[in-house]
Design a protein around this ligand. Structure first.
Ligand code: FAD
Length: 384
């Protein structure tokens, strides 16, 4: 039996999240999108409500909640503004969760209370200009010098890059390939660490995406996270979890498209009747509605497996693949249903389309998700 019912606590948190976001984010998102920056005060406000620390133990400032509640919160964030959703999922989901799982007690005490409260932000520095999908071959190098590590290299497309207080940075400390990669915590004020914001993105314009340059950046031995040479494994573990977060955010996009089209099509009339009364408009609504349910169920399934300690990586890939493609499809249909009004920024659906588009690209492109699912089904890797 699969139990699809939500607990009273889960429903209550979802309601709290929706009310908060409808008040604090929805009225501002178009302006934040135009000026390419959210009002960063929203970050601490989200921290106060517990968005960052939902699944983090109370000892580190979190709420100690479950992954379904986390998915519900991320769905609400995705419904409200994906740019804001990404700030949360990268800071805590990718950076904070690696510190929680593999960091020393000192590292946890130094960074987690700040990240869970939203008073500090983390970023996740894996992608480099020449290694995106092939991240295991990254070139940034960390070399031991006495009691320190000295890091040289560059990163690109790093969410929260210019706002973060700390970067969970992946650098090569050993042999070529994934087994030579280690993870480090690099504070943003480390000398030689330059961060440049990438402007002019298609979507997620309210969040800061940056390129990072490291020139002889010196960090103490204690900046190494977990074991030397295990960094790539940590990155892949956190991306498996991150894919559930992205999928949940995409469910929010699909849901937002559904609500927008249902609302608009019942109000707008053509040929003397509401758009909603035309069969071909209902066809679009039905497509979006079914995809919302399917994406949500795949996402909750992956989250439930994670929650119960079972293998969840392939389920996370399936959820991310389906939900991200569904988000792009739903936003495209929403623009179609709005007609010309869908194409201008007075209405929300063009932003949903622009924000949805990156979802099939980051945290593993759709092609990479298919390779992961294909490998799980066949036992044969088609990566190389
Ligand atoms: P490439 O790897 O060059 O891929 C190009 C195309 O080739 C894609 O269609 C891909 O699917 C296809 N391809 C590649 N290899 C194969 C293969 N073996 N088989 C079939 N097809 C293949 N990275 C971070 O580290 N941290 C972040 O916070 C972060 N945030 C991001 C935010 C934004 C807005 C964006 C756009 C990117 C972000 N990224 C981040 C980077 C993102 O994860 C990469 O862009 C993504 O992994 C793809 O890498 P790439 O862009 O180099 O494309």
């Amino acid at each position: 039996m699969i139990d699809l019912s939500l607990t009273d606590e889960q429903v209550a948190f979802q309601k709290l999240a929706r009310e908060f976001l409808d008040k604090e984010v929805v009225p501002h998102r178009a302006e934040w999108d135009r000026r390419e920056s959210v009002d960063t005060a929203i970050i601490a406000k989200m921290g106060e409500l517990g968005f960052f620390g939902l699944t983090v133990p109370e000892a580190y400032g979190g709420l100690g909640g479950d992954y379904i509640t986390y998915c519900l919160a991320l769905e609400e964030l995705g419904r409200a503004d994906s740019a804001v959703r990404g700030i949360v999922t990268v800071s805590m989901g990718l950076c904070g969760k690696i510190i929680l799982a593999h960091g020393s007690e000192e590292q946890k005490q130094e960074w987690l209370p700040g990240i869970t409260s939203g008073t500090k932000l983390g970023c996740f520095g894996l992608t480099e200009p020449d290694t995106g999908s092939d991240a295991g071959n990254l070139k940034t190098r960390a070399v031991r010098d006495g009691g320190d590590w000295v890091i040289n290299g560059s990163k690109i497309f790093i969410t929260n890059g210019t706002w973060a207080d700390v970067c969970l940075l992946f650098a090569r400390t050993g042999e070529d390939g994934p087994r030579g990669v280690s993870a480090f915590l690099v504070p943003s004020d480390a000398p030689g660490f330059e961060r440049t914001e990438i402007k002019g993105k298609l979507g997620l314009r309210g969040q800061a995406t940056a390129s990072l340059s490291l020139e002889d950046v010196r960090v103490p031995a204690s900046a190494l996270v977990g074991e030397e040479g295990r960094g790539f494994t940590y990155a892949m573990e956190s991306l498996d979890k991150g894919r559930i977060s992205v999928a949940a955010g995409c469910v929010g996009i699909v849901q937002a498209c559904l609500e927008a089209v249902v609302g608009y099509s019942t109000e707008r009339t053509q040929f003397g009747k509401p758009l909603a009364s035309f069969q071909m408009v209902q066809d679009m609504i039905a497509e979006i509605s079914v995809d919302a349910d399917a994406a949500r169920l795949l996402t909750w399934r992956a989250a439930s497996l994670l929650e119960s300690g079972e293998a969840y990586g392939t389920a996370a890939s399936k959820a991310k693949l389906f939900a991200s493609e569904a988000a792009v499809k739903a936003a495209n249909l929403a623009i179609q249903a709005f007609g010309g009004y869908g194409y201008v920024d007075e209405y929300p659906v063009q932003k949903l389309m622009r924000d949805a588009r990156v979802m099939t690209l980051y945290e593993g492109t759709s092609q990479i998700q298919k390779l992961l699912i294909g490998r799980a089904e066949t036992g044969v890797s088609a990566f190389l």
